[in-house]
Write a protein that binds this ligand. Sequence first.
Ligand SMILES: [Zn+2]
Length: 474
Amino acid sequence: MSVLTASGHPLQRAGAWAVAVMAGRADPEEVSAGDLEAVAAVLVADVVAAGTASKDSGRYDWWKVLFALYPNSKATHSKRPSEAAVLRPAIEELFAPDSAGTAASWPCTFCGAGAGVVWSKSNLPLFDTSKALNNLPPKLAGWPVCRGCRVAVWALPYGAWVTAGSATVLSCESPTAEREFARRNVRRARMVMQAGFTGLMAAAKPERVVLAALRNAGSGLCASTLWSFKNDNQEPWLRVTRARRAVPVFLAMVDGNAGLRRGWRLLCGSLNQYDAAGTLVAGGQGVAARLLFEAEDGRSRPLLGQVHRLLSDTDEAWPLADRRALGSLAFTYAKEVFGMDTDVEPVAQVLAEWIAQGTSPRGRLAEYRNAALNDYQLGTLLVQAHFRLQLDGSAVALAGPEAWKPLIRRQSRSWELRMLLFARVCELLQERGVAVSAGRSGRGPDEGTEDEDRPPFAAGGDEDGYDEYELEGV
Ligand SMILES: [Zn+2]
């Protein structure tokens, strides 16, 4: 019988994958009793080292991670012993085999296997206090947890993307991607223990690691959910974001198409954030990866909105190839991820013709720019443009009200369609030599084209990624 199961609980599941990775097994179910013993020994050694570390060491940063997850445990309590030899037995006890007398007394809270130990909130992230009796199994002073799950719950920080105050885990329809996410994080955990968080660049983001994991796993349609949380004594929080099932397909398309890769790089480049001293504080690749995840509470930034912001920026004179690359990135995303297949081309042709033919194209463009995202105003403008072109006997095939309909109704994805329309109109105008922005580009001529052959979602240059993109000065 297997000693470890990856359950449906996202935190236990992430821990189970970490145990499998640490034991060198392909799957949590393959972890043997001996493997579990060995991983428990590693946990004890790391926890004791962190709990007794001096405040200026990397090991102390690992203590901060443990404190964010298990703030009232024996490893993190402010009155914990400062001597390793004194702390160790208390930590060893956490992962000890069930005693003969109580073994398999209750079904494990996570996996249902026989459990002989009952744990309280102090050892379980995001669980209620044992005083909240209503949430507990009857007549128990805590939650029964089997040995495999006890080890998994404390292996969680190895399989999660951690910061000094929070952790993020992945649930995904692809077990290969889940394992890959855990594998990268286990490596990263070792780096935190060795060098602390200051040794890692703040620029990286868990979403970027997910993209790299999905890419390496070669996933087709596959939904991903990220659970980020802090188990603070005062203000615990949980944030859930999801990437749609078609995101891996979109990533594969970007990977395989030079124009889309160029668009993705331009998007990433625009999202680099620097502090006043010019130091990179948030890498654009991580921020761009985050745009592919939608928050449950609706408070997330959409990718199409960001591309629109770039393309409508009047201070930015995009070279035509860059404008096309960004536009095609937006169209591909809308089609692949949202399944949008409305053809905006006929309407875009009408608007571009009307703007270009005006005595002041600049004035008409400004008029369109103001109306572009508003359903009613865009409708009014289309009526005006349509009749003007008709009166002038324009040679352009005039797309009539039937073609405008999806753009000017208040329905799902109409707003996104209007953004795509705007992107295409500007592209057509620029092709015709109409100036679509007043500004001068601040970008060098080659930006966005460098490194075009490198896959954009690999987390870094080497096989695993971290060495190149995460460690400062490497
Ligand atoms: Zn269990």
